[in-house]
Design a protein around this ligand. Structure first.
Ligand SMILES: Cc1cc2nc3c(=O)[nH]c(=O)nc-3n(C[C@H](O)[C@H](O)[C@H](O)COP(=O)(O)OP(=O)(O)OC[C@H]3O[C@@H](n4cnc5c(N)ncnc54)[C@H](O)[C@@H]3O)c2cc1C
Length: 407
């Protein structure tokens, strides 16, 4: 099968190499979010779009969680949500009431299926399953080479870290931590969870491999997604994650392996870096993680994708270059992120102590706004006063003067 939408009439043959208005390179969270936002705009209804991905996007390869207030863009896809998040250390439990925010979960398989079903009805939207090997821009258009074929478009929206962008990331002497994790979706025989409350960060687990915590996201009394997460520089073997997950369930949820069935697994590695990803090169626009939209100190990306794809669509409607200018605000949060990475990488303070201080001294809503890069300077100062200045100020000064903080 060569097409993502083999059951539709939108089959792209290799010979079809004429121009598109837009090519979406990578049908992941950013590519599909952009597509969905374009599809909902009547002014963009006549645009021809090619979406290319090497994967058929048929499985639940990601579970995205994020917080927002009120009804969001893809509210109908929200699988479950919580307004109480629990934060644990060995000594403390903080029940965080995040209202008016909700912490929401979207399963990627629902997201992909929704996009495929919507595009089936549109003859100008073409999907192709192919491996992209090259992307670039030439004068006033951009191109993608996939499975040896070259496709051109007025704009290419790219979510792959590829070619010189990949080389530049690898060569950069920037901070490069990994947020890596394995999750099990489990079903228990007996009611074992409270679906009204999620465990946001459980730091009661060993910290000997760097910042380590567990999420428990119950969706019913008998089902939950449990994820074991690390911030360090080396992923573990599958067996090691499995043994840690099973120990955690036994110790903190009182569940032995006979009490539950694993229905799905999720493995992830998210870059935590202060590398300045290139936002665009002429008509080639980088989006998603490849565009630098991942928050360096949390790995959260979903809401930044929503924010920036909405901005891109506004530019497309206005017939302006769809380049997200992040300006002073982004530079400010780049500095905060670099400072925290500096503290973590140089082991100046444990993540569990930093996050405990933040969540115990500030309203959780303020911290969520901070993690969304949405706080005011006054709020930033109050947040920064929650952590030891003797540690964070020298780190911030170092980051301010030792590294470029590009837009
Ligand atoms: C397992 C996991 C869970 C996550 N959970 C959260 C979360 O809960 N909340 C949050 O905010 N963030 C989360 N993240 C971080 C981030 O939101 C996701 O990584 C998100 O998917 C990033 O979107 P993207 O479009 O940039 O990349 P992706 O979604 O990874 O999309 C890239 C696409 O490119 C395709 N591709 C790659 N190489 C090629 C090639 N050579 N040719 C053709 N196609 C190619 C891939 O198949 C993929 O579909 C998670 C990340 C992972 C890995």
């Amino acid at each position: 099968m060569t097409d993502l939408l083999a059951n539709t009439q939108n089959i792209v043959e290799n010979k079809l190499t004429t121009d598109y208005d837009y090519i979406i390179s990578g049908a992941g969270c950013a590519g599909i979010s952009l597509l969905l936002r374009i599809l909902k705009e009547p002014q963009l209804r006549n645009k021809t779009i090619l979406i290319i991905d090497s994967d058929l996007k048929q499985s639940n390869d990601h579970t995205w969680c994020f917080w927002e207030q009120g009804t969001g863009f893809l509210e109908h896809l929200v699988y479950h949500s919580w307004t109480t998040l629990n934060f644990y250390t060995d000594e403390h439990k903080l029940p965080l009431n995040i209202d008016p925010f909700s912490y929401k979960m979207i399963r990627s398989v629902d997201f992909y299926n929704y996009a495929k079903n919507l595009s089936c009805k549109r003859t100008k939207i073409h999907w192709k399953q192919a491996t992209i090997t090259e992307i670039g821009s030439v004068e006033d258009y951009a191109f993608v080479v996939a499975d040896g074929n070259r496709y051109t478009a007025h704009y290419v929206f790219n979510s792959l870290l590829i070619n010189e962008d990949k080389a530049s990331y690898e060569a950069d002497n920037c901070y490069k931590l990994l947020q890596h994790f394995k999750g099990w979706a489990i079903e228990t025989k007996e009611p074992s969870f409270n679906p009204d409350e999620a465990t946001f960060m459980d730091f009661r687990v060993g910290q000997d491999l760097g910042a380590t915590f567990v999420y428990v996201l119950p969706t019913t009394t008998t089902s939950a997604l449990v994820e074991y997460t690390f911030f360090n520089d080396e992923v573990l073997t599958t067996e090691k994650y499995d043994s840690l997950l099973s120990n955690y369930l036994e110790r903190y949820c009182k569940l032995t392996s006979a009490d539950y069935t694993i229905t799905e697994t999720e493995i992830g590695v998210i870059p935590m870096t202060n590398h300045q990803f290139r936002s665009h090169q002429d008509n080639l626009i980088n989006i998603g993680t490849a565009g630098g939209w991942t928050k360096a100190t949390s790995g959260f990306t979903y809401q930044f994708i929503q924010k920036y794809t909405a901005e891109i669509v506004t530019f497309l409607i206005a017939d302006k270059p769809p380049i997200v200018e992040k300006g002073f605000n982004k530079a400010k949060f780049n500095l905060y992120d670099s400072t925290l990475l500096n503290v973590l990488i140089n082991k100046k303070m444990d993540a569990k102590d930093i996050f405990y201080r933040l969540f115990s001294k500030q309203k959780p809503q303020t911290i969520l706004k901070f993690l969304d890069n949405d706080t005011t300077l006054k709020e930033d100062i109050s947040i920064l006063m929650s952590v030891p200045t003797s540690i964070f100020l020298p780190a911030a000064i170092h980051e301010l003067f030792s590294r470029p903080h590009k837009k």
